[in-house]
Design a protein around this ligand. Structure first.
Ligand code: PAF
Length: 285
């Protein structure tokens, strides 16, 4: 890694040229920019496990269902490249849309039933778009490993499933959620929270911690875990709950009644115009 790292490339041809002489293994961290300490932890993990690190900074338009959300998505390119430099990224791929999505392309990747649940139910087409862009980016970069945050648990599951089903020669590595001291999961969207909403937002984490505490104390009924989380969220009037879920950790099918395996507790809520998600996996063993 040189002092002038990262090498910034914008086209597929430049990326290919930069990778031609690259050492292996390659660790790849796909991002949509607006990088924060959560991305920092992915980059550090990639740095520690690979000879070179490639990060992509690409606000993928196809995965936004609301045009306003795409327009409002923070763009902080200079700060992003600075973080990449500090974390020892060798190559930053910062493409325009046509370099990733070939104009007129009609081929997409459909992850199956898990793509229609939870975030997929709230945001139709979202995971088809995510799986498609991740497949394109992995194909362009050709990494041995690709890194994703557990904060987006469903995205991680979708990407793992895709890599397995399409026999991709890449290891998908999940990394723990990074949180502010008050428990709020780091997200590029947090910057858009109004002060009162930011103060209320840690209630999402408190709801999940309450479910985890109940689980540790022996609770094994999915309906009661959902009630526990809803009870905590109800105490915060600024929060508009979208869903509260206790689902099979492998299929994301909602569990009714008794739990007999690992479950993913997840929730989504709006504060003002900002939609936040968080999750906690509860393991049977
Ligand atoms: O998690 C994200 O930032 C995006 O969904 C990803 C994986 C970079 C694909 O655009």
């Amino acid at each position: 890694m040189g002092i002038d790292s990262p090498r910034v490339v914008a086209t597929r041809a430049e990326l290919r040229a930069a990778l031609a002489s690259a050492a292996r293994p390659i660790g790849f961290v796909p991002t949509m920019g607006a990088l924060h300490a959560g991305h920092g932890s992915l980059l550090r993990r990639a740095r520690s496990e690979n000879a070179i690190v490639v990060a992509s900074i690409f606000v993928n338009p196809t995965q936004f269902d609301r045009p306003g959300d795409l327009a409002a998505y923070p763009r902080t390119n200079a700060a992003d490249l600075d973080l990449c430099r500090r974390e020892g990224v060798d190559i930053a791929f910062v493409p325009l849309v046509d370099e990733v999505h070939v104009p007129g392309a009609t081929t997409t990747v459909h992850p199956g039933p898990i793509a229609g649940l939870l975030e997929g139910a709230a945001r139709p087409g979202h995971f088809v778009a995510v799986a498609t862009v991740v497949a394109i980016l992995i194909d362009l970069v050709g990494p041995e490993r690709a890194y994703f945050g557990e904060k987006d648990a469903q995205q991680l599951l979708v990407v793992r499933r895709m890599a397995r089903d399409l026999a991709m020669a890449v290891e998908i590595v999940g990394c723990p959620t990074v949180r502010d001291p008050d428990g709020l999961a780091l997200s590029s969207r947090n910057a858009r929270l109004a002060a009162d909403d930011r103060a209320a937002a840690p209630v999402l984490r408190r709801a999940l911690v309450a479910a985890r505490d109940a689980w540790v104390a022996g609770a094994r009924d999915a309906d009661s875990l959902r009630s526990t989380m809803r009870g905590v969220l109800a105490a915060e009037p600024r929060v508009r709950v979208d869903y509260v879920s206790v689902a099979d950790a492998g299929t994301l099918a909602e569990v009714a009644g008794a739990i007999d395996g690992d479950v993913l507790c997840s929730l989504a809520a709006e504060l003002g115009s900002v939609r936040l998600i968080d999750n906690e996996t509860l393991r049977a063993t």
